[in-house]
Design a protein around this ligand. Structure first.
Ligand SMILES: *Cc1c(COP(=O)(O)O)cnc(C)c1O
Length: 421
């Protein structure tokens, strides 16, 4: 599952003691395992080998250039959601024809850039957006390949902030609207090539059933569209595969593929997958250090040097992340702590009511499952430079992002001369 192990009372990432990295680079620091990252990618590849899908890693889950490059080298494509991520994907050396572009709010200049670069496919989230892409493509004298993102109205049974496939959510086009447009108004978009359909019903989904329901609903649409003489070559299943944070029992890649493969074969479509969390979630930890231990009458707090600006998932989604000391040297007994950051917000709690070995100032802690939606969501709130990132491969480790400095944070500030006395 991942390559973070306790050996002789010490946490290792692959063959490197995590504490050695924390001492060299400082804290907070994100640490990723090269082996875990590639292993998860290969697991998915292997599970779906009979379909040979295009696997486009979701850049928004972790956009570090070194990580993107490693996955691209293994044959991954990339799933992007903005012009900024397009730039990043190209910088990472991803061939444009391996890039798919989702997002409910693509700007005209982002659409133009993507067409000019020759990306594989736009995942289109509304009819007005489809018309806009058509208009940009015509202006450029090009055609734009698209998949319509279908909102299949399926409840993925995940956190309401990360469910995206129900009728109440802002994502995608209803089956009825997509069908009506394709069958009656498709001549309005002569610069569009329809590759197929796209689904992304949510994230951290632990069972195959909602995926299957969604595929069946889109399957009926595919049949009707084909009956009208319009070709459908691709089905993009999106991402959303769940991982273990605490006591979840998510489907394995093998089990997921076993359920999905026959339906995809029946539909005679080529499969695209866009995993994010599944690849990188458990491949990364956030290492932080205890600054102070303080108590009130009812609670013990471990105040640490990482905050919600470094890892916002607990504050944003009420997400659970496992926490453990890097060294089990033990100052004695155990105690229940709230592990809290230094940010001036009551929501800045990384872990609530955790039984941990008694902590002292200076103790380093690992926060697990931080590889996806961790660093990418970091901010500079409270004037905090963003953390460093490190990749471990076997016995070696590499800095893959320098820690920001206070100077970095002011780079874009302007003090207009006219305002100065
Ligand atoms: C976020 C996202 C993904 C990745 O989701 P995971 O749950 O991390 O696998 C894939 N596709 C789209 C369109 C997304 O928005």
């Amino acid at each position: 599952m991942h390559d973070f192990h306790v050996r002789r009372g010490q946490l290792y990432c692959e063959q490197v003691p995590v504490d050695r990295i924390a001492s060299a680079v400082g804290t907070p620091v994100y640490i990723y395992s090269h082996h875990t990252l590639l292993d998860h990618f290969h697991k998915l590849q292997r599970a779906f080998r009979s379909l040979k899908p295009r696997i486009c890693f979701s850049v928004k889950a972790n956009g570090n250039l070194a990580i993107l490059k490693l996955l691209v080298q293994e044959g991954a494509g990339l799933d992007i959601v903005s012009g900024g991520e397009l730039f990043r994907a190209l910088q990472a050396g991803c061939p444009p024809e391996q890039i798919v572009f989702a997002s409910v709010g693509k700007r005209p200049e982002e659409i133009r850039e993507a067409i000019q670069r020759g990306i594989f496919c736009f995942n289109v989230e509304s009819i007005p957006e489809l018309l806009a892409i058509n208009a940009e493509a015509r202006r450029l004298g090009r055609t734009a390949p698209v998949a319509l993102r279908i909102n299949p109205n399926v409840d993925a049974h995940t956190h309401r902030y990360i469910t995206t496939g129900t009728a109440e959510s802002k994502f995608g086009i209803s089956i009825e609207d997509a069908e009506a447009f394709i069958l009656t108004r498709w001549r309005d978009v002569p610069a569009i090539t329809l590759l197929g359909f796209h689904l992304h019903i949510g994230s951290q989904i632990t069972k195959a059933a909602p995926f299957l329901t969604a595929i069946r609903r889109v399957g009926l649409l595919i049949r009707r569209v084909r009956q009208a003489g319009i070709g459908v070559e691709y089905l993009n299943l999106g991402g959303g595969l769940g991982i273990v944070y605490k006591d979840e029992r998510p489907q394995t890649a093998e089990a997921f593929a076993k359920v999905v493969t026959p339906v995809i074969k029946q539909l005679k479509v080529r499969l695209i997958l866009e995993p994010g969390r599944f690849i990188v979630g458990n491949a990364g930890i956030l290492v932080t250090r205890v600054l102070y231990v303080k108590g009130t009458r009812s609670r013990a707090f471990a105040v640490v040097d990482a905050g919600m600006n470094d890892l916002i998932r607990p504050a944003l989604y009420g997400a659970y992340h496992e926490v453990a000391p890097l060294k089990q040297n033990g100052h004695g007994g155990h105690r229940v702590y709230d592990v809290v950051g230094p940010i001036c917000e009551s929501a800045d709690v990384l872990a609530r009511e955790r039984r941990l070995p008694e902590l002292q100032a200076g103790d380093p802690l690992a926060i697990f499952g931080a590889g996806a939606y961790g660093f990418v969501m970091a901010s500079n709130y409270n004037g905090r430079p963003r953390a460093a990132e490190v990749l471990v491969k076997g016995r070696r480790w590499f800095l893959i992002r320098r820690r920001e400095t206070p100077k970095d944070l002011m780079r874009q500030d302007v003090i207009p001369a006219a305002l100065i006395k």
